[in-house]
Design a protein. Structure first.
Length: 351
């Protein structure tokens, strides 16, 4: 153990959502897209397989060109990474020294704290309001990095552009990272704000809207001068040939993305109404999941266990402030019908 860094020995690793062992399980706990990716993805991957004897393009140039065209930026303002996780790690590797401070929001995505711990960076939380909005007083201090998921995780809250601008302007000497993992379901993005703010970066993933969680591709957007520094430490073959081909095909099939996200959004709204009719407090969501509050910690635990007995997996948050909350990913209409039926029965049992 002598060679293991002390910060690694002290930290707790990130624990992903549980996996289903029973094939009959309706898995609604990891915010996966239950619809298949564009058929063009499989075609592109099949074609790329004939070149697996060759190294992939280290710069992922073709994919980055497609992303630049899609989001209205230059190729130099896009980086392609092995999932958005790699991009998030690069922020710590490039922007923070041991002992520096990064800031996030509570409740929020806990992987930011994990990345901070593994890089010996102090991680401080700013509490959201009771309705999961940004507080009036942000106080980021001397943080080198500030992370905000928008739409937010785990609540689904969409912060308006004015709030994002206020956050960026509150920390002129640090980098503000807006994590847009779920933005395809919101119709909103702050990528155009890169023109106004040199201290803004935006992270995107193909895991949600594009239904490519198994392919592990992410995108990072920032000013050219920032990404030039990131290039120095990025793994030089970070995306294999199949991932690059599949992600580019997904980007170019915009109609498939539109149709798939429209299905998810329609199911989300219908399911949210159904949850509310059962007496739960439902928070407005701009993502592919719904966050709702039960009458208390005990009821939330009982509902979670009751759904699990019915082979329906959702997420129960046992942390303070949200220990009485549950989150359900939006699946197909059949998935959500089964969930609403199970939720009604679970509530009867809990009561």
């Amino acid at each position: 153990m002598a060679t293991i860094r002390s910060c690694v020995r002290k930290m707790t690793g990130y624990v992903p959502g549980g996996s289903a062992k029973d094939p009959r399980t309706i898995k609604l706990n990891q915010n996966e897209n239950r619809y298949p990716p564009s058929p063009q993805v499989a075609e592109a991957i099949q074609s790329a397989m004939m070149q697996l004897n060759r190294y992939p393009d280290s710069a992922s140039l073709s994919l980055r060109r497609a992303a630049a065209e899609m989001y209205g930026v230059t190729v130099e303002e896009v980086m392609a990474t092995n999932g958005s996780d790699e991009m998030l790690l690069l922020f710590f590797r490039c922007c923070c020294s041991p002992g520096d401070e990064a800031v996030g929001f509570y409740p929020g995505y806990t992987y930011y704290a994990t990345l901070a711990a593994m890089n010996d960076v102090r991680y401080r939380l700013i509490e959201l309001t009771d309705e999961f909005r940004l507080p009036k007083r942000l106080n980021p201090g001397d943080a080198k990095l500030v992370f905000l998921a928008n739409p937010h995780a785990p609540t689904g809250t969409l912060f308006p552009e004015g709030d994002v601008r206020r956050l960026i302007e509150s920390i002129p000497d640090g980098l503000v990272v807006i994590d847009e993992a779920y933005a395809d379901f919101s119709g909103a993005t702050v990528i155009p704000l890169l023109r106004d703010y040199p201290n803004l970066a935006v992270v995107r993933t193909f895991s949600k809207g594009y239904a490519l969680a198994g392919l592990r591709v992410g995108l990072g957007f920032a000013r050219k001068e920032i990404l030039e520094q990131f290039e120095k430490v990025r793994d030089f073959y970070n995306l294999d040939r199949l991932a690059q081909a599949g992600a580019e095909a997904a980007l170019r099939d915009r109609e498939w993305l539109r149709k798939t996200t429209a299905k998810v959004i329609a199911s989300r709204e219908r399911t949210a109404e159904g949850i509310a009719r059962l007496g739960f407090k439902v928070y407005a969501s701009a993502s592919n999941f719904i966050f709702f509050r039960s009458s208390g910690d005990v009821e939330a635990e009982r509902i979670f266990a009751s759904l699990l007995r019915r082979n329906i997996m959702v997420r129960h948050f046992r942390d303070r402030k949200v220990s009485d909350c549950l989150r359900v990913s939006v699946g197909t209409d059949d998935d959500m019908d089964a969930f609403l039926d199970g939720l009604a029965r679970a509530k009867e049992e809990a009561d």
